[in-house]
Write a protein that binds this ligand. Structure first.
Ligand SMILES: Nc1nc2c(c(=O)[nH]1)N[C@H]1C(S)=C(S)[C@@H](COP(=O)(O)O)O[C@H]1N2
Ligand SMILES: [Mo]
Length: 256
């Protein structure tokens, strides 16, 4: 099924015009809309988990398919002094923190991540706003970092905290974050990418590190990842729906 068809199918299920789904920044605050979204989301999640809980791979493309223009969306330059300093220093002092329900919390430099085994994949990014682009991503499989950290048995979700705040740096609730379950966290195509199209990841696309979780929509692919936390539940984080856009009405499980 094409993306457009899929979106209009969901819109029809929700009893909405296609326009109602046409933007990361267009939201309905109506409780009815949210409840409808949540029940459809449950069906989509359970279906996907039934069909996709194995290692089924998202389609991979060839070099010739790589898009000449790849739109940068959402934040394209994080708006904090802390990020500006990291950027000026070429991210030499940047560290990725891994903690939460793990045996061995850790901090990784970019050089350390680049020295780990890597995966390269050419995949299509689908934004809920209706555009797609094909890019080549190289990074460290998330699975390797989680195995090194040693998940505790209670861990069920992996949360990604980003450097950027939407709606102003002084808005503590505006921090971009996302979360995924362990099926996606251990999936072979789930990587923390530091290269895009054979170059260091550009700032507009999430430097120095961004998530690629290829079987889900664009907003799940957290850019500017600073910290990874293993949790039993995401209900106590921010608005309790597991991500910046899920907190604002979008599906937590954005399976394509
Ligand atoms: N930290 C952060 N991650 C983010 C966003 C953002 O605004 N901030 N936008 C999301 C959305 S809606 C999309 S479509 C993709 C865009 O990635 P790109 O800029 O590489 O195209 O990043 C996602 N991850
Ligand atoms: Mo998006």
């Amino acid at each position: 099924m094409t993306r457009k068809l899929e979106l209009s199918r969901r819109a029809a299920l929700l009893g909405l015009g296609a326009g109602a789904l046409s933007g990361c920044d267009q939201l309905s605050e109506q409780p009815g809309f949210r409840n409808a979204l949540q029940s459809v989301e449950g069906i989509n999640y359970r279906l996907h988990r039934l069909l996709l809980s194995g290692p089924q791979l998202a389609r991979e493309y060839s070099e010739a398919d790589i898009s000449t223009r790849f739109h940068a969306n959402g934040t394209t330059m994080p708006n904090t002094d802390a990020y500006a300093q990291l950027m000026e220093g070429g991210f030499a002092s940047w560290r990725l923190r891994i903690d939460g329900l793990v045996q061995q919390p850790a901090d990784y430099s970019l050089a350390q991540l680049r020295n780990m085994p890597s995966r390269t994949q050419i995949t299509r990014h689908d934004c809920v706003e209706g555009w797609s682009a094909i890019g080549k991503w190289k990074g460290v499989p998330l699975r390797l970092l989680l195995q090194a950290a040693g998940l505790m048995p209670e861990a069920r979700y992996i949360v990604f905290y980003c450097a950027d705040f939407l709606g102003g740096a002084s808005n503590p609730n505006g921090r971009y974050y996302e979360s995924i379950d362990l099926v996606d966290a251990f999936h072979p195509q789930t990587i923390l990418a530091y290269d895009m199209n054979d170059q260091a990841l550009p700032v507009a696309h999430g430097a120095p590190l961004r998530l690629r979780v290829e079987r889900q929509l664009g907003y799940k692919h957290a850019k500017y990842v600073m910290r990874i936390e293993a949790v039993a539940s995401y209900r106590s984080l921010y608005q309790g729906r597991g991500g910046y856009w899920p907190d604002r009405g979008y599906e937590w499980y954005a399976g394509i």
